[in-house]
Design a protein around this ligand. Structure first.
Ligand code: DC
Length: 228
């Protein structure tokens, strides 16, 4: 099956499996996968490593703004980089997860990341996941998907993912972090997480990945009249 040169925007709550589906679509249809959350995580990691976020979680916004002027944050084929350092593991820790939502709510951080995302979107054949891709970053994306699942299912997925990476998560902390991020991401002033009016909702609480891809194929067939 082939689909035209379009942008596919996948938004939704934390740990709904956005990146899993996005990567699968990218592989199946030869699209470029871009993880916008990784950019916010990269900024957060840099802030933590440079003492711009203190132990109480307070963010020194003036210092962060200056730091962004020289921060060389990039997507490469094998993941996220700060300068020549690959930070794919470091940006996925619970420490980064618990500071990333307040960082991503800062308007100048969003402008910094948006500029990078727009540059990548110029090439089309892109599938990008995040919180505001279909509403703000690419409001004209030809396909918009809004993913959701119950908090229990999401917490379990995140827990299993962290375990598989050799981390030692505590379920209560994972759930707390998830709900806190949902709240901050949905209630911030700039580009809050919300469903675009023209997004297709995918609740995958009780779906297998295979069922999700079948759902996506059905969506493409309906939209572009493409048959396998
Ligand atoms: O998708 P993720 O969990 O890796 O994203 C990390 C955080 O980044 C998330 O809690 C909110 C923020 N984010 C955002 O505000 N806008 C996006 N487009 C993507 C992520």
């Amino acid at each position: 099956m082939n689909i035209p040169d379009i942008i596919i925007a996948i938004d939704g709550y934390s740990s709904t499996g956005k990146s899993t589906l996005a990567k699968l679509i990218a592989g199946q249809y030869s699209f470029l996968y871009l993880d916008s959350g990784a950019m916010y995580r990269g900024v957060t990691l840099h802030a933590l490593e440079n003492g711009i976020i203190d132990n109480s979680g307070a963010i020194d916004e003036a210092r962060l703004k200056t730091a962004l002027e020289t921060l060389d944050l990039d997507f490469r084929i094998d993941g996220t980089y700060i300068g020549e350092r690959r930070v794919e593991q470091e940006i996925r820790t619970l420490e980064v997860s618990s500071h990333v939502s307040p960082v991503s709510a800062i308007p100048f951080v969003r402008s910094f990341v948006d500029a990078k995302l727009h540059a990548f979107g110029q090439r089309k054949r892109v599938v990008m996941d995040g919180r505001d891709i279909g509403t703000t970053v690419f409001p004209d994306a030809e396909i918009k998907i809004f993913m959701t699942a119950t908090p229990e299912v999401r917490a379990r997925r995140r827990f299993d993912e962290m375990k598989a990476k050799g981390q030692d998560p505590v379920m209560e902390e994972v759930m707390k972090n998830l709900l806190e991020r949902d709240h901050i991401d949905s209630h911030r002033e700039v580009s809050p997480l919300s469903r675009a009016a023209d997004a297709y909702v995918l609740d995958n609480s009780d779906m297998t990945l295979h069922e999700e891809t079948v759902w996506f194929q059905g969506l493409c067939q309906g939209k572009f009249g493409i048959l396998e």
